[in-house]
Ligand binder design. Sequence first.
Ligand code: FES
Ligand code: FES
Length: 156
Amino acid sequence: PDLRDLYQDVIFDHYRRPRHFGHLPHPNRSAAGHNPLCGDRLELELQVGDDGCIEDVAFTGEGCAISTASASLLTEAVKGKRVREALALFEQMHGALVESRAVPADALGKLHVLEGVRQFPARVKCAMLAWHTLRNALTQIGTVANTEEQNETGAR
Ligand code: FES
Ligand code: FES
């Protein structure tokens, strides 16, 4: 199969039918992202449980096809994951797209499709917009983050 076509199909599908688009009834984490190069904005809302699990996630905003598709793929990737797993995914996306680091073939799973963005280096900021927003939402100091840290320490 032509990988380039595959990437474009997935991006177009998520752009036309973004997953988890809208608002959550009771978000307890949120952040707004802004790409200064084009002015596009995106808002991310999360509901994180006391156990550090991302129970739900949603986004709104108007962006280009790549930023919208990237946000949509992000919501699918992090829903049900723990906060630290989501932050690890951020690191991998950042490594792959911004630092051109090689990522183990399966590490990003479906997100691997965003490697297609590597064919359009000028669009990296678009692809990373939602991910930076996610990191900002998750690294705000809060009781949930503290709880997870305690859990992790306790588990060792
Ligand atoms: Fe700029 Fe990640 S810090 S792309
Ligand atoms: Fe604005 Fe892509 S052109 S986020």
